[in-house]
Write a protein that binds this ligand. Sequence first.
Ligand code: PLP
Length: 403
Amino acid sequence: MTTPRQSERWTEAARGYLSRTTPVVPPIYQCTTFELDDDSYRDIVEGGGFGQTWYTRFGNPTVAWAADAVARLEGGEAAVMTSSGMAAITTTLLSLCRAGDRIVAARELYGDTRDLLVRDLSGLGIRVDFVATADLGQWEAALAAGPTAVAYAESLSNPQLRVLDIPRVAELAHRRGTRLVVDNTFASAFTVQPLALGADVVVHSATKFLNGHSDVVAGVVVADAASVREVQRRVVTFGTCLDPHAAFLVARALHTYQLRLGRQADAAARIARWLEGSPEVMEVRYPGLGSHPDAAVAERTWRSGRRGAMVAFVVGGGNDRAARFLRALKVVREATSLGGVETLISAPHNSSQFSYTPQELDLAGIGPGLVRLSVGIEDAAELLADLDQALRRTATPAAAQPT
Ligand code: PLP
């Protein structure tokens, strides 16, 4: 009798278990490669290998499970996970654009996305023109100015919280044969579904609300099956695939997605209303407030009553006061990133937008004293008390409130 190979022994045991059991959560296929037989060789040759289970960079069951779950959340036909949000954006844009093409992009963008457009894609011969997220006239004029491969924007801009009018910009783009790519990280799929409103591709930093536990860096691209296949081919060649263990964590976090987001958004709305009444706060930006310049767009296009869990506000006293205020917080944590179960706060000028020049900050609406709050799942009253004590402790004498 010959000794079975190690893999055969494992396979026999595993097949025995798998034939009798169905796990209620996706197992982690922490595995780079899968045994091949005649059928799998045929599938690979005929199907190009993308999304197939033979080598994890092409496809992996745990990673595919996470992608399908996000596709359902976004109401998309298909999705592909990537190694980060930036990987999702880069892989998408390099799938849709060639040297000589043009992108019309919103000028209010996450700092690294802007860097990618300005420094990297322009270096590859892709021209980028910027417009104001909320100015439909600028979108129309820029799209009419010449052939455009991609219109690119954030559904809710980081950190100004300007709202993209997705149906109108999609209509302007499609009239010119341009595809609309929307980064839905900041608003979240809980709040708005860009594909249903006319966007062609949605990208996310899954690092944020989708995973929500500040322990995974991941991204995802959602679109129709043919477009996702094109992106997936580049995930393979650029090597921007997600690790199965990270995908498992994202998949696990999605079980509580609606619960987390519901609680986070309720607390954000309450905090935004409270901040608006604080004499220490010069301006509050939250799309659920009547004072928000894009409140009507959010009302018309976003899901009923849902306005997200991000709040931006301007404290009196400029960036120095903002820095002291951030340090005085005890429950809210001073850190970059967003979308986690813990409430985080940061000053964009020296975190998410650190690469902007003073002129670019000004043009992007990031003025002195602006802070960005990502509301977590803590008790809202505790968060309000913390914000209150830090604002009072750091008040300038002239503006100090009686304690
Ligand atoms: N898009 C937005 C709106 C973001 O805020 C970020 C990160 O903060 C990214 C993309 C990039 O995501 P990641 O850090 O997962 O690469």
